[in-house]
Ligand binder design. Structure first.
Ligand SMILES: [Ca+2]
Ligand SMILES: [Ca+2]
Length: 172
């Protein structure tokens, strides 16, 4: 085999390993640890970028299993003001919360960063199945994938019933 062919073969094998991004970017639920059916609680997530080819995250979309989302309480961490520049929207019928690149061009969460996002959620009662799904879009820089998805299984804890003995115990 000629040296040129060998070099081309090595390049062909190596490139797919180094140019696959935003593969590995994730959304993780930080709190609450348990979800109470019917209660309104602040859902706090971390969005973690993991791009090795400098692709930045442009949009975050989180789908909830029913219930009501409250757009007025949406927020996100500031990484390097005024970034990230996100438009925050709730789509009630799905229900879905979105943080979307508000100024076009490159994305808003750089390739080594993580960024907290949050929204208040009134959980349905009962909540079944209790699975949140998420989607992340990159700014389409370099190699695919520019879009990744995942899911989060929620722990659902019903409100404990107050018994007479448990109420009396508060006053002992
Ligand atoms: Ca942008
Ligand atoms: Ca890329």
């Amino acid at each position: 085999m000629s040296r040129l062919l060998l070099v081309l073969l090595v390049l062909a094998l190596a490139l797919p390993l180094t140019a696959r991004e935003i593969d590995g970017a994730t959304v993780t639920l930080i709190s609450p640890a348990n979800v109470t059916p019917g209660a309104t609680q602040t859902m706090l997530f971390t969005v973690q970028n993991a791009s090795s080819d400098y692709e930045w995250i442009a949009s975050v979309e989180i789908h909830f299993p029913g219930g009501v989302l409250h757009q007025e309480t949406m927020g996100h961490e500031m990484l390097s003001a005024p970034r990230p520049n996100f438009a925050m929207t709730v789509w009630p019928t799905i229900p879905t919360a979105t943080w979307t690149d508000n100024n076009g061009g490159y994305g808003e969460i750089y390739s080594t960063e993580s960024c907290d996002v949050w929204v208040d959620w009134t959980a349905p009662s009962p909540i079944d199945p209790a699975i949140i799904t998420w989607e992340l879009w990159g700014d389409v820089f370099g190699a695919e994938p520019h879009y990744v998805t995942g899911s989060i299984q929620l722990l659902v804890t019903p409100v404990a019933e107050r018994t007479w003995s448990s109420i009396k115990a508060l006053y002992r």
